[in-house]
Ligand binder design. Structure first.
Ligand code: SOE
Length: 411
């Protein structure tokens, strides 16, 4: 019973979109999954005292703090959950790990490769002491995506030859849509590339088991100035009320790139906030020698599977409803066919994190995996700056353009 479980006392930094998503996971996951620890929602941290207090009351946090250093210094906190903008990740994560707290950190891991390297080093040192860090690529925990990974790993697709990944949103199409921290490079690191392209990179690497080793890309900002937010009006994490002053958009609105994967596959990737009409369409298609898979987050309980070894008369994509108790994570939820939604990935993430902490094993994705995604993001940006030249993502290639692989580059 839950009363008998040891506790895991949590402090969460941030109270925007991700703060809400993580809070509901802390509330719901322990009620549906048999967790080895009972997460306790101890402290929520935010600089705006009024907004933080309101979030604490709404989501059920026991106390508030306005400085993250207070929870690092608090011996009663076991886990620090970082849901604040990318620019804050490195300082908070390193301090928390050094203080012996486990860390869950939203993606992308940092705003630069250097920051991500610092975080990965701190995580490796902490792991030696049984203190663990995980980066929040939550889509890995959508049952259909986990199941896609299982199908690929079991060989059902044969040799993977091509992948196509698109993450399409349209919330910036309105040119008068106001500035948010997500459009400020100093806070967010990059735009569509890091915010949603990072998910595409991680999911493709997770499903295929291959890394993106070289990329050629282009970043573009369609609207370079937007109204500043009116600070006197309450804001939401994705937008708010505009004032008459304008600010500079310093990140990409859209990112397109092609990639060479470590196992020989080719990939095409698109991450955009300008896909008019597409709200949160995260699509992945994997083509192999023996089969293919297709996934769309807007229909996240489904996975399309094409078995190329079937008799010719039966060939065709079949739609699998990934809601059987035998499918990943599903047994803890509803009877077959009773679908789940966006927020469930955050519960699954918590289940896996708590399970790994209890077992004393490294949770995945680790900060090292987060660093690898950061290298890909960095390589895409450098490629775009170099006229779409091919850039390798290996650790030793900072600012290197590989002339041998300079194929099909366009301005
Ligand atoms: C969080 O994981 C996140 O990447 C957000 O930062 C994006 O804005 C959202 O659209 C997808 O999820």
């Amino acid at each position: 019973m839950s009363e008998a479980r040891p506790t895991l006392r949590v402090a969460m930094v941030g109270h925007g979109f991700m703060g809400a998503a993580h809070s509901q996971a802390f509330r719901v996951a322990p009620r549906f999954f048999d967790l080895p620890f009972e997460p306790v929602m101890s402290t929520i941290v935010g600089r705006n005292v009024e907004a933080t207090t309101a979030a604490a009351e709404k989501w059920g946090w026991a106390s508030t703090a306005s400085d993250w250093r207070d929870v690092i210094a608090d011996p009663d906190i076991d886990l620090v959950d970082i849901c604040s903008p990318g620019s804050t990740h490195v300082e908070i994560a390193v301090a928390a790990l050094e203080a012996g707290k486990h860390v869950l950190c939203e993606k992308p891991l940092g705003n630069t490769v250097e920051e991500a390297e610092t975080m990965a080093r701190a995580a490796a040192a902490a792991a030696e002491r049984g203190v663990f860090a995980m980066v929040g690529f939550t889509y890995r925990r959508v049952p259909a995506i986990t199941f896609a990974r299982d199908l690929v790993a079991s060989g059902r697709l044969g040799e993977i030859r091509q992948v196509r990944a698109q993450y399409l949103q349209d919330w910036l199409v309105d040119e008068e849509g106001p500035m948010t921290w997500r459009l400020d490079k100093a806070k967010a690191g990059s735009g569509a590339l890091g915010d949603i392209g990072a998910h595409a990179i991680d999911a493709v690497q997770f499903i295929t088991g291959q890394t993106l080793d070289a990329v050629s890309g282009i970043l573009h900002t369609f609207v370079t100035e937007r109204p500043l937010l009116d600070e006197s009006v309450a804001q939401t994490s994705l937008g708010g009320a505009a004032s008459s002053e304008r600010g500079q958009v310093t990140v990409d609105d859209a990112a397109l790139f092609t990639a060479k994967l470590s196992g020989g596959a080719l990939g095409s990737f698109e991450a955009t906030r300008f896909a008019t009409g597409r709200k949160n369409a995260f699509r992945i298609e994997i083509s192999g020698s023996e089969g293919a898979l297709a996934f769309d987050l807007e229909r996240e309980n489904e996975l399309e599977f094409y078995d190329a070894t079937a008799p010719a008369t039966e060939l065709g994509f079949k739609r699998i409803l990934v809601t059987e108790p035998e499918h990943p994570y599903f047994a803890a939820w509803w009877p077959t066919g009773h679908t789940i939604g966006y927020e469930h990935g955050f519960s699954h993430q918590l289940v896996d994190l708590v399970g790994a902490i209890a077992a004393g094993t490294q949770p995945t994705p680790s900060f090292a995996e987060g660093l690898q995604v950061q290298r890909v993001l960095d390589a895409v940006e450098r490629s775009s700056n170099a006229g779409s030249a091919w850039i390798t993502t290996a650790a030793t290639t900072a600012a290197t353009t590989t002339s041998a692989t300079h194929e099909g580059a366009t301005a």
